[in-house]
Each structure stands twice: as C-alpha cells, then as structure tokens.
Design a protein around this ligand. Structure first.
Ligand SMILES: Cc1ncc(COP(=O)(O)OP(=O)(O)O)c(N)n1
Ligand code: 3NM
Length: 525
C-alpha cells in the first residue's frame, strides 16, 4: 500500500506503553493491529527508554503509521521526534515550553499539550498548540497523576472554556485521557459535549484499554464503535429531535402514542432490568408486566455480564441502599453503557444522607444516566438547590417557584432527560420541557408509586437508537398517571389497598385510544 499523508484525526488516540505488553506481541505489532482496529493517531510514550533505543523503536513504529496514513507523535522528546522525522510531539506542563518546541519543530508539525486547568488550557491555545490532552478524566493505574481526576464535567468545563477563546491560527481540538475504556467512552463523550453548542471532544486517548490487551485490534474496534456511536448515533448527537421540539403538540402526542403502541401491540416486549429497593420489587415487576414489558431482577455483580446484550433498559433505584447492592449497580451500569442500553436512575431520598448523595454523585460521574427521575426534593438535592426540602422519601412544601427552569437547567447540565414528579409532572431533555397534568392523589397514598414511574419510563424508553428518550418518558409518565386516574374512579376502589391492585389492572387495560384522548400535556419550553 502506498504511503499517505498523515492528517490529524484524534478520534481514537493510542498512547503507547511497552511496559504493558503481555509478551505475545511486540510494540510494533500491537500498534499495527491497533491501527487496523481503528486507531487514528499514535503517540510513542516510552518513559524509560534510552535515547538510542527510543529512536530505533520510533523508526519502526513510524514505518507502520506512515503506511496507514496515521500520524505518529513522540511523547516529551523533541530530539527523538526530529531524529526520526515524526509528525509531531506531545508535551506536558513540566516539559520544554510550547514556544520553544514550536520554534524548534516549525509551524507544520503537530504539537499537543497536556492541560488540567482553565489557565493551562488558555496558555496552550494562545501558544498555538494543535490540540489539547485534557486530563485527568478518571483514576488510572497507568501513571501517577498529580491532580484529582476531574470526571467528565471537569473536562467539559475546560473544553467549553477553550472553545470560547479567540484562536490565533487554527481551530483548537481536544481529547481527554485517564481511565477511559470501551465501557465509559460513550458516557465521557456525551457528557463532555459543551453546554453551549453541544460540541463534542474530537476523540478519546487511551493507554491500557488497548496496550494491556491480548487483542489490540479487537480492543481498538470496540473503542472505535463506541466512539462512532457517541458521535453519530447517541441521542445527543442527533440533531434536535424533530418530535419533541416540534411546535405542534399533535405531533408530540402522536409520537407518544406510537411509542406506547409498540409495547401495547406486543410488537416489542422490552426486557427491563431492575436493581431496585426491597419495598417495591414485586410492584415494579408486576407494573412492568402489566404495561407489556418483561421484568428481570438481576442484581449480583457477577451475573451482569451474560444477560447484558439482551437487556432493553435498566432501572437503578437506591431506595434501600446497601454496599453490596452498589457493587451490583456499578457492574450493571457498566454493562449497560457498553451495550448503549438506556439507564433510568431513581435517586430515592438522595437528600436524606451524605452516603446516598455520594453514591449518586459517583454513579453519575462514572456512568451517567439517560433519565433521572425524582420528586422535587430529590431534584433539589441533585441540582444543589435549597428551595425544596425533604423528609425521608417525601418532598416538603409546595415545590419550586420555577419548576420549569430547575428541570430544564438540571437536564441541560446532566445531558439527560429529567423527570420531576408531583401533582404536575415536569419532563425535560434540556431543550424541550413539558408538563403532564394527569394522575390521582391516591398515587401518593401507596408506597412504590414513584418507583413504578421509574419502571414505566424504562419500559417505554427501551432503546436509545429507536426511542427519543423524552418521548418515551412522556409515554411512561402519561400511561401510569392515566392508569391511576382510571383505577381511582372505579367503584371497587375503597382506599389505598384496593387502589394498589386496581392500579396494576388499569396499567394492563389502558388503550392507546385512551392515552390519545385523555393525556393532558402542555409544552412549557
Ligand atoms: C493525549 C495525551 N494527553 C496527556 C498526556 C500526558 O502527557 P504528560 O503530561 O506529558 O505526561 P506523560 O505522558 O509524559 O507522563 C499524554 N501523554 N497524551
Ligand atoms: C499518559 C496519561 N496522562 C494522563 C493525564 O491525565 O495527563 S492520564 C495518563 C494515563 C492514561 O492511561 P489509561 O488510559 O490506561 O488510564
């Protein structure tokens, strides 16, 4: 194959570490296979190599990268880059200054700079870096990092900041690095999209996710597929949903009924995994069945891997939290992320203890969610608002003075659909916000009705690729509220006990015509 001119494509950035090789493959073979699997740029990072050995290795790797038309950068060592004619270098804050490196290498070589703060990022952009390696995203065993991992939201803050800077010569690009793998790639790319403009990072940089495997080609293929999904198919990547954003509420209503019909007609039976609280397991399983889904209560960490490919959606509910359960939740969310399975997070009583708040913050940092559902006090606790207080699992007072602003802004920040339940339910994807005014006070008189909302959301949002999560959320919320209205109006319902059983019956009986005719929905934004 003829050599081709390397162009800067940061989509999947391999940073090498020969110390991680298992022994069955050389570094050159590993790089070669990783490129075949989809790596788009390589950085030779040999922290302990002698200069002569480094140059010899770099020449061999360069042959492979040139053949594939992929740029080769050298970590830290400008002399090695010059000696072999590499395409550029990557430097950190303790290395030779950017200005000196640019002077030595000239205007055409690629220079990447590690940045961990707004100030470092600003200096690198002003100094003419071609791209930024924004670190450290997650904890890593690959190297000792000096700063606390900042998680995707910290990375996003830096990315957002640099995009607002005037750029002297060329548009700035960026990847993030640290603890990234095929399981968290989509979440990292989704949640580092800028709030203003929805602009994603240019790619992800990895060391161990490829270097420490026996199958670098396969590892690179998996990473590349996840990155492609995040950049092209994730709902955040799709242009503003035509359905939820349309001014015509009739179009929204029809889309909601269509989603409902898919399940009601039996053309699709979503397999809805629950890791939920002890109080409501049975109710949630029955609600799921009654709506046309199939519940599966797989909870042990060890048994998350096998069913993961066939799970349609995952409910994580922290109502009766224990440490072992959290391990299972993390394993389930990790698998869900790999399979792009929608995750519905129910942060029950998150404001009640520091432990709950910490668990939820870590789950959101590490895995995120496609939908967060809570009552006003739970959303207040998550959004950092003092306006609504809680008592146990209940909200106190009359709620937010401006619920639309709270829900919309929190949804925008979390990059997911937020559903805030109450007498009026508010649902937002950060771009469009709706109120649903169905439901009955008896829902608050039984335990688990909020948890069953989580089940309903997950049942209708059974695929990220095929269901707009906001439309699916509206379908779930409206369906369960209408079932409550129908149940409460029945003569055989005498109070909470009979309501509870009848509620499930009416979830089962609800027709698409009733949903169409009786759903009270209002667009607020
Ligand atoms: C893409 C990318 N980003 C960050 C780094 C880290 O570089 P640096 O700060 O120079 O640390 P060392 O790699 O030298 O340990 C990187 N190498 N690549
Ligand atoms: C080389 C490097 N630089 C980092 C930074 O934060 O600047 S983290 C890191 C190592 C990343 O390795 P892995 O993909 O195996 O977690």
């Amino acid at each position: 194959m003829a050599a081709s001119e390397p162009k800067l494509d940061l989509t999947l950035y391999l940073v090498t570490d020969s110390g991680m090789l298992s022994g069955s493959k050389t570094l050159v073979q590993t790089v070669d296979e990783a490129i075949q699997g989809g790596v788009t740029i390589v950085q030779l990072r040999e922290k302990t190599a002698e200069t002569g050995d480094f140059i010899t290795l770099a020449r061999k790797v360069l042959k492979v990268t040139r053949k594939a038309g992929v740029p080769l950068l050298i970590n830290d060592r400008i002399d090695v880059a010059l000696a072999v004619g590499a395409d550029g270098v990557h430097i950190g804050q303790d290395d030779m200054s950017l200005a000196d490196v640019r002077r030595i290498l000239g205007p055409n070589k690629i220079i990447g700079v590690t940045v961990q703060s707004l100030e470092e990022a600003e200096a690198a952009v002003r100094g003419g870096a071609n791209y930024l390696g924004i670190g450290t995203c997650y904890a890593t065993l690959t190297k000792q990092v000096k700063v606390e991992p900042q998680g995707p939201s910290g990375i996003r803050d830096i990315w957002e900041h640099v995009l607002k800077l005037p750029n002297p010569t060329h548009p700035i690009r960026a990847v993030t690095i640290g603890g990234i793998n095929a399981y968290n790639a989509v979440h990292v790319l989704d949640s580092t999209r800028t709030l203003s403009g929805n602009i994603p990072l240019d790619g992800l940089a990895v060391v161990s996710a490829i270097m420490a495997t026996e199958e670098p080609r396969l590892a690179a293929q998996k990473m590349r597929a996840q990155i492609r999904f995040a950049l092209e198919n994730s709902w955040l990547a799709r242009p503003h949903s035509n359905l939820a954003s349309t001014e015509d509420l009739q179009v929204v209503r029809r889309a909601v009924v269509d989603v409902f019909m898919q399940i009601k007609s039996g053309s699709h039976t979503p397999l809805v995994q629950h890791i939920t609280n002890l109080v409501v397991i049975n109710d949630c399983a029955n609600a799921c069945l009654a709506m046309g889904g199939s519940p599966i209560m797989v909870t042990e960490p060890e048994e998350q891997h096998d069913p993961a490919p066939v799970i349609s959606s995952l409910v994580i509910n922290i109502g009766t939290l224990d440490k072992q359960q959290v391990v299972g939740m993390r394993a389930a969310m990790r698998e869900a992320r790999l399979h792009n399975t929608p995750i519905v997070l129910d942060p029950v009583a998150v404001g009640a203890s520091k432990y709950r708040a910490q668990v939820i913050a870590e789950l959101l940092r590490d895995f995120g969610a496609h939908v967060i559902k809570g009552n006003a006090s739970e959303i207040a606790a998550l959004a950092g608002s003092e306006e609504v207080k809680s008592r146990g699992v209940d909200s106190l007072g009359s709620g937010f003075s401006d619920p639309v602003a709270v829900v919309t802004e929190y949804s925008r920040r979390q990059r997911c659909v937020v559903v805030m339940t109450g007498a009026v339910d508010y649902l937002s994807d950060g771009r469009s916000t709706f109120a649903i005014r169905n439901g009955h006070p008896l829902q608050a008189a039984i335990t688990g009705s909020g948890c069953m909302v989580g089940t309903a959301l997950a049942t209708y949002i059974h695929s990220i690729a095929h269901v707009d999560p906001l439309i699916g959320a509206i379908a779930g919320m409206a369906a369960i509220n209408l079932a409550a209205e129908h149940a409460a109006s029945r003569n055989d319902v005498k109070g909470p006990g009979t309501f509870r059983a009848t509620f499930i019956d009416e979830m089962y009986n609800l027709s698409s015509q009733q949903l169409q005719d009786e759903m009270v929905i209002e667009r607020l934004l």
